[in-house]
Design a protein around this ligand. Structure first.
Ligand SMILES: [Mn+2]
Length: 306
């Protein structure tokens, strides 16, 4: 098997979030030894350092959006960087930053897949559906909108990133771990027929069956992208995020989720977002994120002989 070649891309901004601090996420992941952990998995790693962009002006919403211009600039930078790494045959790993950055990242992955005739599957690991729009958002924070924007519902500058609107088809997404959805958002998620495995589904069927279903139907031509919002995890194990919602996957469930993704051998790009060191305890959440990323790259907690 060809060696995986990962490029780390730091995007130190909290421009799309309501609570500040995820701008420190990339450095916390580096401090948690993400580079060495990946190398120990036999992965070739290059750290491309951090992208730069506008600072956070901390302004109220304007026409339903907070910081639209700044969010656009950050996402254009992310899009360019992610697309460039994919073109080099490398695995882009976006270290956020808040989840609005998935717009730039996933639009780049989708563009790459169009260019190469690949099909795309996106796993959205999150406590939230991130499917808000201007009309239904309570806050105007764009980190609650990236899935809607990717599906073509959002402000022009954001839905046009990558030059193809919509950037993706809703049928490519599987959302896992969802447990907090705003009222209007719920209706939209149903209208767009998003495939959602919420916590009730995971409680009733277990993580094993959830992942079996979420990963079903891929083949050797599928590019698998994971967008990992750290608030996916239960706050008991992952306190270092700005938007904790109790009742998320525990450590064992999260490990199984990551291991089953690794088993497919299709993972080709990753976002790690919303890690907020300002709210963390001794970098515990960053260490956990790195631990789970190791599992995504094939480190098994189980005694398997295979
Ligand atoms: Mn999110």
């Amino acid at each position: 098997m060809q060696q995986t070649r990962v490029s780390l891309i730091g995007a130190p901004t909290d421009i799309g979030a309501g609570v500040r601090g995820s701008s420190m996420g990339p450095e916390a992941l580096r401090v948690a030894n993400i580079v060495d952990a990946l190398r120990a998995r036999g992965v070739e790693v290059e750290d491309r350092g951090n992208l730069s962009g506008p600072s956070n002006p901390v302004l109220p919403p304007e026409d339903g959006y907070r910081h639209l211009e700044e969010v656009t600039q950050w996402n254009e930078a992310v899009h360019t960087a992610v697309h460039r790494e994919l073109g080099r045959g490398r695995f882009p790993m976006l270290l956020g930053g808040d989840h609005s950055l998935a717009l730039g990242s996933i639009s780049a992955v989708a563009r790459h897949c169009r260019e190469r005739g690949k099909s795309l599957r996106i796993l959205w690991l999150d406590a939230h559906a991130d499917f808000n729009t201007r009309k239904i958002t309570p806050s105007g924070n764009i980190h609650g909108m990236p899935v809607a924007c990717l599906c073509g519902l959002g402000p022009d500058p954001l839905i046009r990133i990558g030059g193809h609107t919509p950037a993706i088809d809703p049928s490519w997404i599987r959302q896992i771990g969802i447990r907090s959805v705003d009222e209007g958002e719920k209706r939209l998620v149903h209208e767009m027929k998003l495939d959602v495995f919420d916590m009730r589904y995971i409680d009733e069927h277990g993580m094993r069956q959830t992942m079996d279903r979420a990963l079903a139907g891929m083949d050797e031509n599928t590019h698998l992208h994971v967008s990992f919002d750290v608030d996916f995890l239960d706050p008991e194990i992952a306190p270092g995020v700005g938007t904790t919602v109790r009742g998320g996957p525990n450590y064992r469930e999260a490990q199984l989720c990551m291991e089953m993704i690794a088993d497919t051998a299709r993972l080709a790009s990753l976002d790690v977002v919303e890690l907020n060191p300002a709210l963390d305890h001794r970098n515990r959440t960053a260490n956990l994120a790195v631990d789970l990323i190791e599992s995504l790259f094939g480190k098994s907690t189980l005694m398997r002989s295979e």
